[in-house]
Design a protein around this ligand. Sequence first.
Ligand SMILES: Nc1ncnc2c1ncn2[C@@H]1O[C@H](COP(=O)(O)OP(=O)(O)OP(=O)(O)O)[C@@H](O)[C@H]1O
Ligand SMILES: [Mg+2]
Length: 241
Amino acid sequence: MKILEVREMTKDFGGLRAVDGLNLGIEKGQILGLIGPNGAGKSTAFNCIAGVFPPTRGEIFFNGEKINRSKPWTLCKKGLARTFQIVKPFASKSVLYNVMVGAFATTDHRAEAEARAMDVLKSMNFEDKKETRAGNLTIADRKRLEIARALATRPKILLLDEVMAGLRPAEVDEMVAIIKGLRDQGITIFVIEHIMRAIMALSDRIIVIHFGKKISEGTPDAVASDENVIKAYLGDEYVVS
Ligand SMILES: Nc1ncnc2c1ncn2[C@@H]1O[C@H](COP(=O)(O)OP(=O)(O)OP(=O)(O)O)[C@@H](O)[C@H]1O
Ligand SMILES: [Mg+2]
C-alpha cells in the first residue's frame, strides 16, 4: 500500500512553473530519494506535499486520503512531518525545549511531551546536549535537532530536506545510519539530498527532477547510469562503465 501518492502535481509561482506534472508514490517502509539541480523544484514539491502551500494542479494522497488543501499542522497530526532546508530553532531555548515543541504538535500533556522528547534525544545520541541552547549548536547538531523535532511528533512518514548539507564526511555517515535506523523503526522516509554518496547509500529508489519535471526514476544504480541524469545533474564522473 502506498503511504504517499502524488498525481500530476504542478506548482506555479506567477509565470514560473516550479513543479511540472510530477507523479510519484512511496510504499510504506521505503526510503525514496529526490535529487536534481539547484532550483529544480525539490523543496517546492515538499512544500506542496506538507501543506505549506497548495499545488496549482494535481492531487496528493496520504494513506489513500486526499490532502491537497490540508494545513501543515493537520498533516502533522495525521503523521506527516518534515524538516526545513533552512533550520530555524528557537535559538535562545534548550535542545530539550525545541524537541518538546515538536511533541506538543500531537500531545497536550507536558509530561508526555518531555518523555517523548527524551526518548527521541536518546535514540539520536543527543541526550548529552539536552540543556544546550539551540543557538550554540554546531551545524551538524542543528540538523540533528531539526530531525529530532520532527520525530517527536511521531510521524509515519518523514520528509527530510537536505539534512546533510554542510556536514563533514564522518557526520554524513552518522546521519545515514540514523536515517536507516528510523526506517528500521517503521518510519517511511522521503529525502532530498545533494550528497550523492549519502542518497545512493540510503535510497531504495530515487526520483530525479529537472525544471520541475521527472526525468528518471529507479534504483540508485539505474538512476546513476541514466544518460539523462548524467547530462542534467551528475556530470561525467558518474558514468558507470
Ligand atoms: N515561495 C516562492 N515564491 C516564488 N518562487 C519560488 C518560491 N519557492 C521557490 N521558488 C522558485 O521555484 C524554483 C524551484 O525552487 P526550489 O526551492 O523548489 O528548488 P530546489 O530543487 O529545492 O533547489 P535547491 O537544490 O537549491 O534547494 C526556483 O526557481 C525558485 O526560485
Ligand atoms: Mg531546496
